[in-house]
Design a protein around this ligand. Structure first.
Ligand SMILES: [Zn+2]
Ligand SMILES: [Zn+2]
Length: 282
């Protein structure tokens, strides 16, 4: 119909080029129409397939909606049960916690009472500690005084010890001197003893000799006897003689032959002393 219109109204037979162009445009138009038909057909086919997909998707969506509803109801049911359980559990826990809280409150009261008691005790102990601290300070003062007096005593004792050491050293010196003196005296005494012994020996010797003389009758120069005719006798003057010798002598003389004192027979006395009787003692 378009080619008829172009042919009737604007076709110019004189212009072959334009005719060809029109022919070409017509062919191009037919070609485009065919292509658009093909495209429309393809679009229709795609539309059908899209509709089918849409139907399927709708079905799936419905199914999913149902599943979602089921799931929601089941979830709700399950959640409710779970919540009930949790609620019960929480309730039990709450009761337990309340019990614990009551127990804690009791414990707290008990602890408060204990704390009050301890505070009271602590105050008592603090008072005692203060009192003991005062006593301790007093004792420390006393101890310091005692220590100072003790130090004074120690110093005095040291002084005494030093003076005693001086005395001891002096005494030791004196003892040494006295010991030397004693030894000297001992030596002197030994010397004196020796001299004395020598003197005694000399005296003893002289005594022995004297004794010989003293036990000898001075008339006959013979030792007298303890008894018998020549027994020892004395005159009034005390001189000793043999009895027979002095009797014979007094017949001729009236005096002692030793001291010339007057003598006679009546003066003759027997001598009984042992020491003048040498025959019995020797
Ligand atoms: Zn005689
Ligand atoms: Zn005489």
């Amino acid at each position: 119909m378009d080619s008829d219109l172009i042919h009737n109204d604007s076709f110019d037979p004189e212009d072959a080029y334009a005719a060809e162009q029109v022919e070409w445009l017509l062919q191009w138009n037919n070609h485009l129409c065919m292509e658009s038909d093909v495209a429309a057909t393809a679009l229709k086919m795609q539309l059908i397939s899209v509709n089918s997909l849409k139907e399927k998707l709708k079905l799936k969506l419905d199914q999913l909606g149902e599943m979602l509803g089921d799931a929601c109801s089941s979830l709700e049911h399950r959640s409710t049960n779970k919540l009930d359980d949790e609620f019960q559990t929480l309730k039990a826990k709450l009761e337990e916690t309340q019990n614990k809280i009551h127990l804690l409150i009791d414990r707290d009261l008990e602890l408060r009472r204990t704390v009050e008691q301890l505070t009271h005790d602590l105050q008592f102990v603090t008072l005692q500690k203060d009192q003991l601290t005062i006593e301790r300070d007093g004792m420390v003062l006393k101890l310091e005084e005692q220590e100072s007096s003790y130090k004074g005593m120690v110093a005095k004792q040291d002084q005494q010890i030093r003076s005693m050491q001086v005395i001891i050293s002096e005494s030791q010196h004196e003892i040494c001197q006295k010991e030397a003196l004693r030894r000297q005296l001992l030596v002197d005494l030994e010397g004196q003893e020796q001299v004395h012994l020598q003197q005694m020996e000399a005296q003893r010797q002289s005594l022995v000799e004297n004794n010989e003389d003293s036990i000898t009758c001075s008339i006959c120069w013979v030792t007298w006897d303890a008894d018998g005719d020549h027994r020892v006798v004395s005159l009034a003057c005390g001189h000793l003689f043999g009895h027979s010798c002095i009797r014979n002598y007094l017949m001729r003389s009236e005096s002692c032959p030793i001291c010339r004192q007057a003598a006679n027979f009546l003066h003759i006395r027997f001598i009984f002393g042992r020491h003048v009787l040498p025959n019995q003692t020797q």
